[in-house]
Design a protein. Structure first.
Length: 113
């Protein structure tokens, strides 16, 4: 079955850290550009970070310097390490295969003040 499954969300205080994971199955993970998106209540879904099939990374300015996207090809998993979290990072975070236009189910991240 072709799917993406996210995990790692939760409740954290401002200034804290979380690591999100997204595991792919049913397709060749290594040739896919993968992205982490987020959607806050009442707002549109926005791109937070991308890692290309070649390993290059790109970040939205709002997360640059605080978030790190990485991957483990052997585990078909992409990660989003989130440090120095702010209340405005509160959102549902989605993993996305850019190549397949495939979305995960989302994982909630809540940052309290």
């Amino acid at each position: 079955q072709v799917q993406l499954v996210e995990s790692g969300g939760g409740l954290v205080q401002a200034g804290g850290s979380l690591r999100l994971s997204c595991t792919a199955s049913g397709f060749i993970f290594s040739i896919n550009t993968m992205g982490w998106y987020r959607q806050a209540p009442g707002k549109q879904r926005e791109l937070a970070a991308v890692i290309t099939s070649g390993g290059a990374t790109f970040y939205d300015n709002s997360v640059k310097g605080r978030f790190t996207i990485s991957r483990d090809l052997a585990k078909s998993t992409v990660y989003l390490q989130m440090n120095s979290l702010k209340t405005e990072d509160t959102a549902v975070y989605y993993c996305h295969s850019e190549s397949r236009d495939l979305w995960g189910q989302g994982t909630q991240v809540t940052v309290s003040s």
